[in-house]
Design a protein around this ligand. Structure first.
Ligand SMILES: NC(=O)c1ccc[n+]([C@@H]2O[C@H](COP(=O)([O-])OP(=O)(O)OC[C@H]3O[C@@H](n4cnc5c(N)ncnc54)[C@H](OP(=O)(O)O)[C@@H]3O)[C@@H](O)[C@H]2O)c1
Length: 325
């Protein structure tokens, strides 16, 4: 029986619950593709699952909601063997075993063919990160070239990706961080941020004279009410992240909290949004060095515990990627 290495979660807990094990390589059905994974990115939703906040996920489970690699088997003929591909979501790493492995088996309909010569460390960083950034900017926030965009939680990997895409689109971009170090400002500016705002929890007071058309809220409910006050007339605020770790608002009074004519929405990308994301166009921009994508830290598969620890301690400053070879 052919086997593979995979990081398996048997119980909820700290990073150490992720155990490297040898498992059988899954066999694809006619509507599935077996992907030989070359690299995968880490996501905070996997952190929540590992901590036990995803009751719907049955254990043991190989986590990982995304993967990039090459087609190893494709009984239905939807893709050529050896074709470079990426996949994300659609139950991956939640309903069935996911990307923290050398192989994964997914629906062919949830796979994008890739045309790129970029290093797998970069390719592995992008499927979920760019899907998310692209989706909330264009689908939820309806970003236009003239918009002034505020990214609350600018140093998150998806916030850095959003800044790069929005800047390329022609927008004025401001990003927040709690960290006032010059290295943080340099990192943000390198990805296209025009204005760095130190987040003391009261950003609205700092931007009162020059509010924003579009606001991306990645910290969540702990800063949402303040972010709403940063929005200009008819502006849109989209909450899509929750690094602040608080899931609901206490005593939310919409008539007070939402300024006149301001729109409040959320974004939660799924398989449809993944398929709609122009990954090859974005990879081309990365290759041409017009879209700066920030890989924060790189780990090997047998360092998955350290990788999760780094994510939990917010030490990556960009996407955490695990090449499998
Ligand atoms: N909706 C979707 O489709 C979707 C998809 C992917 C991710 N997401 C969400 O997007 C968010 C960002 O994910 P990510 O993986 O990009 O995050 P990440 O890179 O792990 O974010 C790390 C950053 O978060 C900030 N941070 C951490 N704890 C904080 C707190 N308590 N208050 C304020 N800032 C805090 C820190 O910034 P500073 O220290 O610089 O302040 C840190 O640099 C997550 O909530 C994730 O679940 C959503």
């Amino acid at each position: 029986m052919a086997t593979m290495r995979a990081a398996v979660m048997h119980e909820a807990g700290g990073p150490e619950v992720l155990k490297l094990e040898t498992l059988p390589i899954p066999a694809p059905k006619d509507d599935q593709v077996l992907i030989r994974i070359k690299a995968f990115g880490l996501n905070r939703s996997e952190l929540f699952t590992r901590q036990g906040h995803s009751p719907g996920v049955q254990l043991p489970r190989v986590l990982g909601i995304e993967a990039a690699g090459v087609v190893d088997k494709c009984p239905g003929g939807q893709f050529q063997i050896g074709q470079k591909v990426a996949t994300a979501m659609g139950g991956l790493g939640r309903d069935f075993d996911g990307g923290y492995a050398e192989y994964t088996c997914v629906k062919a309909s949830n796979v994008q063919a890739l045309d790129t010569e970029l290093d797998w460390t970069i390719v592995g960083a992008v499927p979920e990160m760019l899907q998310t950034a692209y989706g909330y900017l264009f689908k939820a926030l309806r970003l236009t070239t003239k918009d002034r965009l505020l990214i609350r939680g600018g140093t998150t990997s998806v916030g850095l990706a959003a800044a790069a895409i929005a800047k390329n689109h022609g927008c004025y971009v401001a990003s927040t961080s709690r960290n006032s170090a010059k290295s943080t400002a340099d990192l943000l500016k390198k990805t296209g941020v025009d204005q760095v705002i130190i987040d003391d929890g009261k950003v609205a007071e700092q931007v009162r004279a020059n509010k924003f058309d579009k606001i991306l809220e990645l910290i969540g409910t702990t800063t949402l009410e303040d972010s709403l006050q940063c929005a200009a007339e008819s502006g849109i605020v989209c909450m899509t992240g929750i690094v602040g770790n608080k899931w609901s608002l206490d005593h939310f009074a919409p008539m007070d909290a939402i300024p006149n004519t301001v729109y409040l929405t959320i974004y939660s990308g799924g398989p449809e949004e993944f398929k709609e994301t122009p990954l090859n166009d974005l990879l081309k921009q990365i290759q041409d060095e017009t879209l700066p994508v920030q890989v924060g830290k790189v780990f090997k598969l047998d360092e998955i515990v350290q990788a999760h620890d780094t994510m939990e301690k917010n030490l990556a400053r960009g996407k955490i990627v695990v090449p499998t070879e």
